[in-house]
Design a protein around this ligand. Structure first.
Ligand code: NAD
Length: 253
């Protein structure tokens, strides 16, 4: 199947590690020109760019902080300057680094954490989409892929802020699909289940990782590359009319 990604401009946020890094690599392998964002881990982003270039792809890294609207606008402008526009946005970056173990009581969650999470995840998406959408509308083609979380269905004690922000992204994407559909712009959410990234492995104690794996129908965790493959398909021209919906990559949980 032809994905139609050759020469497309793709912005992947939070791409110095994990799912974002695997996604950037896969888009580049399909011939897209890729911009990877990092916040603190510049070395990780630069090593991802070097890996893509070694494989014959086109990529650069730019700083982007969900909590800093100025850095968001600057990152999007850097992509437009370099590649002439943004065809695909993968909104993958997230300040959340896994559940606090043991689980906390909601009463112990500081309001600053709630505000910080919603501000980064939802307001960050607001600013990023406002910066990117005119470029897509003017070309009459675009794809948004928001990375949410399958655990929105069940919740995690003490992680109400994370769950609420990821659920908010789902509603935002559904509405964006209505807003921009007639301009040729599709908007989809990919919701991973527990995925074997370094961040998740650091967050979960060994026994918990095995429990999560056993709870999937496939009996194992999802890999970052498996999530990336869903993102790349949904962000491609091969996705002709899938929009306003959620695709879970969980192994069946
Ligand atoms: N790994 C899982 O089990 C899992 C499950 C469900 C959802 N997710 C979601 O998948 C996405 C990727 O997660 P991952 O597991 O690859 O983790 P990761 O830590 O490798 O990736 C998160 C990225 O976001 C960046 N980031 C953090 N705070 C930021 C900020 N304020 N501004 C800009 N960038 C920031 C980090 O630098 C990092 O590159 C996240 O949205 C996460 O919530 C992951």
């Amino acid at each position: 199947m032809e994905l139609g990604l050759s020469g497309k401009s793709v912005l992947v946020t939070g791409a110095s590690s994990g799912i974002g890094r695997a996604t950037a690599r896969l888009f580049a392998d399909e011939g897209a020109k890729v911009a990877l964002t990092y916040r603190g881990n510049k070395d990780g982003a630069q090593s991802a760019v070097a890996e893509i270039e070694r494989a014959g792809g086109t990529a650069f890294a730019t700083r982007y902080d969900l909590a800093d609207p100025g850095s968001i606008r600057a990152a999007v402008e850097a992509v437009i300057d370099a590649y002439g526009g943004v065809d695909v946005l993968v909104a993958n970056a997230s300040p959340w680094s896994g559940p606090r173990m043991p689980f906390r009581a909601f009463e112990d969650v500081p309001v600053e954490e709630w505000q910080g999470q919603l501000r980064a995840e939802l307001e960050g998406a607001f600013h990023t989409v406002q910066a990117v959408l005119p470029s897509m509308k003017s070309r009459g083609w675009g794809r948004f892929v928001f990375v949410s979380a399958a655990v929105v269905r069940s919740g995690i004690p003490g992680e109400e802020a994370f769950i609420a922000s990821k659920a908010g992204l789902q509603a935002f994407s559904r509405t964006l699909a209505r807003e921009a559909g007639e301009d040729g712009v599709l908007s989809v959410v990919v919701s991973p289940g527990t995925t074997a990234t370094d961040t998740m492995r650091r967050a979960l104690p060994a026994g918990m990782i095995e429990k999560m794996a056993a709870s999937a129908a496939t009996g194992r965790l999802t890999t970052p590359e498996e999530v990336a493959r869903a993102i790349v398909f949904l962000g491609s021209a091969a996705n002709g009319n899938i929009t306003g919906t959620i695709v879970e990559v969980t192994g069946g949980t």
